[in-house]
Design a protein around this ligand. Structure first.
Ligand SMILES: Cc1cc2nc3c(=O)[nH]c(=O)nc-3n(C[C@H](O)[C@H](O)[C@H](O)COP(=O)(O)O)c2cc1C
Length: 166
């Protein structure tokens, strides 16, 4: 089992992706892995971390800017670490079969994964609360609100990471 801490870093606007990061962290901890879960913009160094899981919400066809910036800032180190990427987006169950489904923006995440030599990439469903404020989220919420984060699938993905770090 890896002795160094695994960093789970995320970019999230409305908290849904932050919670996915916490679920991944809890799942890794259950497999006796030391984990730190942090907003990507608050990470200033990768020293002390043995592996990185980097995630972000998808907005307007792009990965959250904190996740993009993190990948850019730490490109050199990330290429030398075991890295996994995830994104959370579609407000439907189209990713549940393990594909990108209707995720607009997933291709850019895969390109980043290639650049970093990531060991795995997953696209998960997203969440939009009915009470979301701000435009265009509030308008979207009228037709697309819901929680499409499949926790069982997310935990199975984290379990696979734990096995591969073991
Ligand atoms: C304004 C807006 C734009 C969005 N654009 C996309 C998109 O391009 N692709 C996608 O898959 N999901 C898109 N979504 C869905 C979000 O990715 C989803 O709500 C996600 O769970 C948000 O994560 P967060 O709560 O961490 O911010 C969009 C949602 C909103 C409100």
């Amino acid at each position: 089992m890896t002795k160094e801490t695994v960093l789970v870093a995320y970019g999230s606007k409305r908290g849904g992706t932050a919670e996915i990061a916490e679920w991944i962290g809890a799942s890794l901890r259950a497999d006796h892995i030391s984990v730190a879960v942090k907003p990507a913009r608050e990470v200033h160094s990768l020293s002390g971390f043995g592996a990185v899981v980097l995630g972000g919400a998808l907005y307007s066809g792009r990965w959250h800017r904190d996740s993009r910036h993190f990948a850019r800032r730490f490109t050199r180190q990330l290429r030398e670490h075991p890295v996994w990427l995830f994104a959370s987006g579609p407000l439907d169950d189209s990713t549940d079969a393990g594909t990108d489904g209707k995720a607009f923006g997933a291709r850019a995440v895969h390109r980043t994964a290639d650049r970093l030599g990531a060991r795995g990439t997953a696209i998960f469903g997203g969440r939009l609360e009915r009470t979301a404020t701000g435009f265009p989220a509030s308008a979207m919420a009228k037709s697309s609100a819901g929680d499409f984060r499949n926790r069982a699938r997310i935990e199975a993905w984290a379990k696979d990471i734990a096995t591969r770090l073991g």
